[in-house]
Design a binder for this molecule. Structure first.
Ligand SMILES: Nc1ncnc2c1ncn2[C@@H]1O[C@H](COP(=O)(O)OP(=O)(O)OP(=O)(O)O)[C@@H](O)[C@H]1O
Length: 629
């Protein structure tokens, strides 16, 4: 089976496979403390109630068991039966009362625990998504960071409520076990080790089968991932047309079946080995239990314990046994989930470190504002200066920008042109405050962008990105992006971009959902989507508008109209335009030509044509293509 090199959980699975009881015991307290802290933050009252009720239920279990001795003593004493029953009644009432109270407390604990679980989920999800939406953009270009994110978001986040649940189960098991053990200790000191004896085989079997499962998970990681990918390919509408036109159905189904068969084989083998371990464990437990009853019988025979005490001991051993088995199981699971939860916690801590100090999201400022150390960017600007900027993407060998300097003056249309991969989009992202340059800086009227809170800068910039998102929301939301503004502003932006024509054809106008996966959702063409993306940029009404290939999908008329709109939009505002349609940059106030991350030419159209360099070459090629037509 080819491995898809997706050993996301290999580190953890390896650790689990090699875990001994001692390691588990050593690390478990830390896991429990972490989960208790999480539960406490999620819901104090529910956490306190879960723990309190469980402890109290344990006390009543012990109390009920001890009261049973009273019942049995009365019943086994000499005298007429009605008399014995009457003597047993007060103890019987105590047993019944303790059982009722215990059941009530356990129900209350269960209720508190069910209320706690969604709260824990909410706290955990919010923390992760607060971090992922605030980290510097470069973090999301870092493959190690992305791997950690996937692990934390997938297995790690699921583990959080599970670890809390298991920690409570550990507590419940421990309380039940102590109640039974305490009772046995009171009844006779030899009974306590006997209880432990019966539980060893069961504990062994449950740890052994759990470990087998981890090992199987390890071997199945690649196959599972392959199956997910195939399932996504076969069930997602984005791929549906191509599956049909390239008649890929048989191939994909065959691949899926092959992986599924492999997985089934591995899982059946696991089930077989688990059953063997379990049967062996159960048999050993049977032997141990028989030994305990023989020992109890001997003690009874020798007069070491009275009959009533032996009867209670049998009940206590049974109760203790089930608590201990639950305890061992919960410890095992708590430890396992704790490891995955550890992944989540480590990721969140690492991600929070990658939230820029000066950003509002870092939460250092008062009243939800930016950190006191951050500078406010100027509301408008007279001049943006890019000075000797160098930038290399995380993990890349060569810089995407290498000593770029340029200037953008308020009210101008400035164009960036250059061949694919020359660094235009990267420069636009640095100008938009999305990446910090590795060297050099960008200044707005002398204020370095390295010192400003990015959120305040983003408020002053509108970006029409090359790869914009087709938000699965309504047409209105696709333009306003969650901002409140008068309807007139929305309509004006839509008119400028030509999005109004798109919306006019939608069944529910601006309130039409733009996602076919939902009922009533509409499907737009590539160019129609692009008009919405452009409207988004206009709607923001910022002093700087950055347009990265805004017309790639537009028809000739829409393109012409848009470039005219961009020129008029510039009135008082500033536009940075990136495009391969060189006819459209003829009217730009200034054009910068990039090649391999460097500015190689600058000037207006006439100057660059006169220079006879790269720009003149590219322009000549495009113009010739039209002329020969
Ligand atoms: N997220 C990224 N991680 C690593 N390298 C990247 C990333 N984005 C771009 N690059 C690299 O940086 C270089 C410049 O890319 P950029 O997108 O800025 O070029 P461009 O001039 O806008 O190209 P195009 O005309 O094709 O849009 C390219 O070599 C590209 O491979």
């Amino acid at each position: 089976m080819p491995d898809l090199a997706a050993n996301m959980w290999r580190a953890r699975s390896g650790e689990l496979a090699g875990t001994s009881m001692r390691t588990m015991a050593r690390r478990l307290p830390a896991v429990i403390v972490r989960s208790a802290r999480l539960a406490w933050r999620a819901g104090r009252a529910d956490t306190a109630m879960t723990i309190g009720c469980n402890l109290a239920a344990g006390v009543f279990t012990a109390f009920g068991l001890l009261a049973t001795t009273g019942v049995l003593t009365a019943l086994f004493s000499a005298g007429p039966t009605p008399e014995r029953v009457r003597t047993a009644l007060p103890s019987l009432a105590l047993v019944a009362g303790a059982a009722a109270l215990r059941a009530g407390l356990q129900a209350a604990a269960g209720w508190a625990q069910s209320r706690l679980a969604p709260k824990v989920e909410r706290v955990v999800e919010l923390r992760l998504y607060e971090a992922t939406t605030a980290v510097e953009l470069a973090a999301l270009d870092d493959s190690a960071f992305l791997d950690d994110l996937k692990r934390a978001e997938g297995r790690g986040m699921v583990a959080a409520p599970a670890v809390v649940q298991q920690a409570v189960d550990v507590l419940t098991g421990a309380v039940g076990m102590f109640a039974a053990a305490g009772t046995l200790g009171v009844l006779h000191p030899v009974l306590l080790p006997l209880l432990l004896l019966t539980v060893v085989p069961e504990g062994w079997a449950s740890i052994r089968t759990a470990r087998m499962r981890y090992m199987t998970e390890l071997t199945l990681v690649g196959a599972r991932r392959r199956k997910w990918i195939l399932a996504d390919l076969m069930a997602d509408r984005r791929h549906a047309a191509e599956i049909r036109s390239f008649t890929m159905r048989g191939f994909l189904l065959g691949e899926y079946d092959r992986v599924a068969a492999y997985q089934r084989g591995v899982e059946l083998d696991l089930a077989r080995r688990q059953v063997i371990a379990r049967v062996f464990g159960d048999a050993m437990q049977g032997v141990a239990t028989a030994a305990v009853y023989v020992a109890l019988g001997l003690m009874l025979w020798k007069g070491a314990v009275p009959l009533a005490v032996a009867g209670t001991a049998v009940l206590a051993i049974r109760a203790g046994q089930s608590s201990l088995v639950n305890l061992v199981f919960a410890v095992n699971r708590c430890y396992e989930e704790g490891l995955y939860f550890g992944d989540y916690l480590e990721f969140c801590a690492a991600a929070e470190k990658r939230v820029p100090e000066r950003s509002v999201a870092a939460g250092h400022g008062r009243d939800g504002g930016p950190s006191p150390a951050a500078v406010r960017p100027p509301d408008g600007f007279g001049r943006i200066v890019v000075e000797d900027v160098t930038f290399t993407y995380p993990g890349a060998d060569t810089p995407s920008l290498n000593g770029v300097s340029l200037e953008i003056v308020r009210g101008e249309v400035v164009a960036l042109v250059g061949e694919n991969g020359s660094g235009k989009s990267t420069l636009a992202k640095i100008l938009a405050g999305l990446y910090d340059p590795d060297g050099g800086e960008v200044r707005w009227d002398g204020v370095s962008l390295r010192t400003v809170a990015p959120e305040l800068l983003w408020e002053r910039i509108a970006v029409i990105a090359q790869e914009y998102t087709r938000w699965p929301m309504t047409a209105r939301q696709n333009i306003t992006m969650g901002r409140e503004a008068p309807e007139e502003a929305l309509l004006a932006a839509a008119r400028s971009s030509g999005a109004d024509e798109v919306v006019a054809e939608l069944a529910r106008g601006y309130d039409t959902l733009l996602d076919r996966r939902f009922e009533g959702g509409a499907e737009l063409s590539g160019g129609q989507w692009q008009r919405l993306a452009v409207a988004r940029g206009f709607f923001r009404d910022a002093p700087l508008l950055i347009c990265d290939e805004p017309t790639a999908a537009l028809d000739a008329r829409a393109e012409h109209h848009l470039f005219e709109r961009i020129r008029t939009h510039a009135d008082g505002r500033t536009v940075l335009l990136i495009t391969h349609r060189l006819a459209s940059v003829r009217h730009a106030d200034r054009i910068y030509v990039l090649e391999q991350g460097k500015v190689v030419e600058e000037g207006d159209h006439r100057e660059l044509m006169a220079l006879g360099g790269l720009y003149a070459d590219l322009y000549g090629l495009q113009a010739a293509a039209y002329r020969t037509g």
